[in-house]
Design a protein around this ligand. Structure first.
Ligand SMILES: Cc1cc2nc3c(=O)[nH]c(=O)nc-3n(C[C@H](O)[C@H](O)[C@H](O)COP(=O)(O)OP(=O)(O)OC[C@H]3O[C@@H](n4cnc5c(N)ncnc54)[C@H](O)[C@@H]3O)c2cc1C
Ligand code: SF4
Length: 349
């Protein structure tokens, strides 16, 4: 008999006033009892709408059923059939619009907390030393992957499980892409989660070579003609920030979120034992209203800025032209007013 509670089992988190002052992970996740109780809310639907909402079609009722049976290793195996990064996805996937957005329990009550359950299963597997299973036999075909962000890691992991000999080339000195340089520690811990997921992909036999810019250090032609790769997957991401093209964007104290977050996350500017310079403004305005803006805003807050505002520039989905012009004007005047005396951060990456 399923647990018919209308609400999710609450997840433990750091207190808001405490977490605003540090970079430690905000959410503590479920413990075993909480996970089993929440898993009991799943109806194990025959036509599971949650699977349709998952971009990689994880067998969600299948893994949740294993959690109710306390077979956490089995739950991990079910997830691993479809996903190479469960500890990451359990933390930062937008479940509210994907799997949980489709969950049938969400029609009359709160949906099943699928993301928190996925995170629990992945963290538990790590504690228990359980790893994803690689291919039994190699097929002898060489594939190169450019970029070690979630796209590159996932592609490499899936190909390795199918027996391919995969090498990832990464331009930066650390693997992970946005998981490493963009999303802050308080949402996605680097050593505890990202580095471990990268290790799991390496454990499948994937080689990762850092500090290599494909197109500069080695060309695509060289990869194919000299290194013997039969195919190349390009997962180079969208790392370049998009600026607004308005006066003052080059002023001192104006940063793209990309630069600001990279200094903080990849180059560890928030830690006293690192020398990476970072701009500590007394007042700061963040332009934007999505994940990137929130990450930048929250990072600024933890740097103890006094005034703190988030400005949403354009609504999404696109609005009528007239409205866009109105909003552009509004954001321009806000920009003009603040650029003389404050730091401004642009977050549309
Ligand atoms: C601050 C921030 C927060 C976000 N939060 C979320 C979230 O909460 N949930 C969510 O679902 N999405 C989020 N996103 C979006 C998500 O991170 C991206 O959609 C995702 O990272 C794209 O993955 P990717 O592998 O394509 O690219 P990336 O993560 O950008 O990785 C590309 C990699 O390729 C490398 N590379 C580029 N060119 C070369 C080259 N020539 N040679 C070798 N290597 C190269 C780069 O150095 C990089 O490591 C966020 C993005 C940002 C910036
Ligand atoms: S839709 Fe919701 S209740 Fe149904 S199987 Fe998926 S998680 Fe369980």
């Amino acid at each position: 008999m399923p647990n018919m509670s209308k609400t999710k089992v609450p997840v433990r988190e750091q207190e808001p006033l405490v977490r605003a002052t540090n970079f430690d992970e905000v959410c503590y996740g479920y413990n075993e009892e909480e996970a089993v109780e929440e898993a009991g809310r799943c109806l194990n639907c025959k036509n599971a709408r949650c699977i349709q909402g998952c971009p990689v079609n994880i067998d969600i009722p299948g893994f949740i059923r294993k959690v109710t049976e306390r077979d956490f290793a089995g739950a991990y195996q079910v997830i691993s059939e479809s996903s190479s990064l469960p500890a990451v996805c359990g933390r930062v996937c937008p479940q509210e619009t994907q799997c949980e957005g489709k969950c049938v329990r969400g029609i009359k009550a709160e949906p099943v907390s699928i993301g928190k359950l996925e995170r629990f299963v992945a963290d538990r597997a790590k504690e228990d030393g359980i790893k994803p299973e690689g291919a039994k036999e190699k097929n002898g075909h060489k594939i190169a992957v450019i970029g070690s962000g979630p796209a590159g890691l996932t592609c490499a992991g899936d190909l390795a499980k199918m027996g391919y000999d995969v090498t990832i080339y990464e331009a930066l000195h650390k693997a992970g892409g946005v998981l490493t340089y963009g999303i802050p520690e308080f949402r996605l811990p680097k050593d505890k989660v990202v580095a471990e997921e990268v290790k799991n992909v390496e454990g499948l036999g994937v080689k990762i070579i850092t500090d290599v810019i494909i197109g500069r250090t080695i060309t695509l032609d060289e990869l194919v003609e000299e290194e013997g790769f039969e195919a190349v997957f390009i997962g180079s991401g969208a790392g370049l920030p998009m600026f607004m093209g308005i006066p003052g964007e080059n002023a001192n104290g104006v940063f793209s979120a990309n630069e600001y977050l990279t200094r903080n996350n990849l180059m560890k500017a928030f830690r006293d034992d690192y020398d990476t310079p970072i701009y500590k403004a007394k007042k700061c305005v963040v332009v934007g209203g999505g994940n990137v803006a929130m990450d930048a805003a929250r990072t600024v807050l933890a740097q103890r800025s006094i005034l703190f505002t988030v400005v949403q520039k354009l609504s999404s989905p696109p609005v009528q032209r007239k409205s866009i012009m109105r909003r552009k004007k509004a954001s321009y005047s806000t920009f003009s007013r603040i650029r003389r005396r404050s730091s401004l951060m642009r977050t549309t990456t």
